[in-house]
Design a protein around this ligand. Structure first.
Ligand SMILES: NC(=O)c1ccc[n+]([C@@H]2O[C@H](COP(=O)([O-])OP(=O)(O)OC[C@H]3O[C@@H](n4cnc5c(N)ncnc54)[C@H](O)[C@@H]3O)[C@@H](O)[C@H]2O)c1
Length: 448
């Protein structure tokens, strides 16, 4: 099939490349000239494990191309995927300006196309219920030719995106007519050969599935953080509570890790968008309003720990090391990352910050520019620091050389926002150790 992918971000680039990898001809269109130039040089503009090799292989085979030229991108397309961003607007509602701008471009392309083939326009971006109808109307305002709409929300996770796309738990397609459903099923057949389902449904339901799924996962994270906060107040250890709770099969153990709260380009904006959908429909999404508030408060609560530890100190003479900037391991995405909030709060107080992340320095520089220093490796970030703050649980932070760490730090203090260390180990190695949902320990603590 001839596919056009509109938007070469975390979703569009992975999706387009994986479709090319099953033999389709894919053109990835983006308005960002720099991204397309990088892709032409064989460089992926995002960090995603395995993506560079897959792009190179499919581009070399002539199945994958990149362009900023809208005419060239749309002319032969049979299926057009819209995979542009849908960030939160100022009022929390999903900002649809990129989606609707793409819809107009597509409408104009359909109008000027000489092909008699009816195109399918697929909304892959995460959009509030009713958006596919707006996209359809926007296209119809530019052309009277026939086209078909489909909603196809994406469930891949950054950091494991290729595997998730190639072996999806399920594929969800919303459409009005059987022939569109059949063509979408054909396209996805190679990805569900192990029997995972393709659910064909109406468009509003497909749009809602994505929000419902992300909001459920965000709810789990806020839930465990709420329990963690109560553990701190009642002398319980969230790790033990988690183990006891999650062994119940009805509960399971995924997305139930306490920490700094959820971040990234999806959960924060999707929870806000669902809250707005509640407000707009006259049925407030009360649970999700709390999920959002708990998540915001979680960052403040962690900052309160740092404030109390350094109470009375001259903040402008403090130096802090930060391990991990990305919102989670496996990606360079720093959108809504808790690390950025924390570093900004520290910078406001006059603290000097040195950070290390295995892949997210470039993306962080776009936000924080030269306000912080970037270390070449995790250990050198600690040089002369008054404390280490762990913000992302990259594997390489999990078994460091604790003795070297203690000697590098000016004072052996760790704030662990991801609970990656055992408290007893921290005490043995002589650290003052603050984590989430567990009592702090120090070398003087007797029973950690
Ligand atoms: N990132 C994820 O893990 C993830 C997972 C599932 C779903 N989603 C959803 O997928 C959508 C895209 O997310 P993303 O993270 O890939 O976004 P992104 O910001 O990484 O990429 C969007 C791209 O679209 C381009 N673009 C904007 N307007 C355009 C236009 N008119 N024509 C061509 N290109 C245009 C931008 O330049 C950018 O490169 C969002 O709705 C998001 O919620 C994201």
């Amino acid at each position: 099939m001839q596919i056009t992918m509109v938007g070469t971000g975390y979703v569009g680039l992975v999706t387009g490349t994986c479709f090319a990898n099953t033999g389709n001809h894919v053109i990835c269109l983006d308005v960002d000239q720099k991204k397309i130039e990088k892709l032409h040089q064989g460089i992926s503009p995002i960090y995603e494990p395995g993506l560079d090799e897959l792009i190179a292989r499919n581009a070399k085979a002539g199945r994958l191309d990149f362009t900023t030229d809208k005419t060239a991108a749309y002319v032969d397309a049979e299926i057009i995927f819209i995979a542009v961003g849908t960030p939160s607007g100022d009022d929390g509602r999903a900002d649809l300006k990129y989606v609707l701008a793409a819809a107009k471009d597509i409408g104009n392309a359909i109008e000027s196309s000489s092909s008699t083939k009816e195109k399918i326009v697929v909304v892959k971006s995460t959009v509030p219920v009713g958006t596919n109808k707006k996209v359809e109307d926007a296209i119809k305002s530019c052309t009277s030719k026939t086209f078909h709409m489909a909603s196809n929300p994406e469930f891949l996770k950054e950091g494991a995106a290729i595997n998730d796309f190639n072996k999806p738990d399920r594929v969800v397609v919303g459409c009005h007519d059987k022939s569109t459903g059949d063509r979408m099923r054909d396209l996805y057949d190679p990805f569900v050969r192990q029997g995972n389902p393709i659910f064909i449904m109406d468009i509003p339901s497909a749009e809602m599935v994505k929000y419902a799924a992300n909001c459920m996962l965000a709810t789990k994270i806020s839930f465990i953080n709420e329990v963690a906060n109560l553990c701190e107040r009642y002398g319980a250890d969230i790790n033990e509570v988690r183990r006891g709770m999650c062994s119940d099969k009805r509960i399971g153990n995924q997305f139930l890790y306490p920490g700094l709260g959820y971040g990234g380009s999806c959960f924060p904006k999707d929870v806000l968008a669902m809250i707005s959908m509640g407000q707009d429909s006259g049925h407030p999404a009360q649970l999700l309003e709390s999920v959002h508030k708990v998540n915001q408060d979680q960052r403040d609560a962690f900052m309160t720990k740092i404030n109390s530890h350094f109470d009375g100190a001259d903040w402008s003479s403090l130096k802090v090391a930060v391990w991990g900037i990305a919102f989670k391991p496996g990606t360079d995405d720093i959108r809504e990352a808790p690390s950025i909030t924390l570093m900004q709060k520290l910078l406001d107080k006059g603290v000097t910050v040195t950070a290390f992340d295995p892949v997210a320095h470039e993306t962080s520089q776009e936000i924080l520019s030269d306000k912080i220093t970037y270390a070449d490796d995790a250990i050198s970030a600690l040089e002369d620091a008054d404390a280490l703050i762990v913000c992302t649980d990259w594997d390489e932070f999990k078994h460091p050389d604790f003795d070297t760490m203690r000697h590098k730090l000016k004072t052996p203090v760790i704030f662990d926002g991801r609970n990656i260390y055992r408290r007893s180990l921290m005490r043995e190695h002589g650290f003052v150790y603050h984590s989430v949902g567990r009592a702090s320990v120090s070398p003087e603590t007797t029973n950690a």
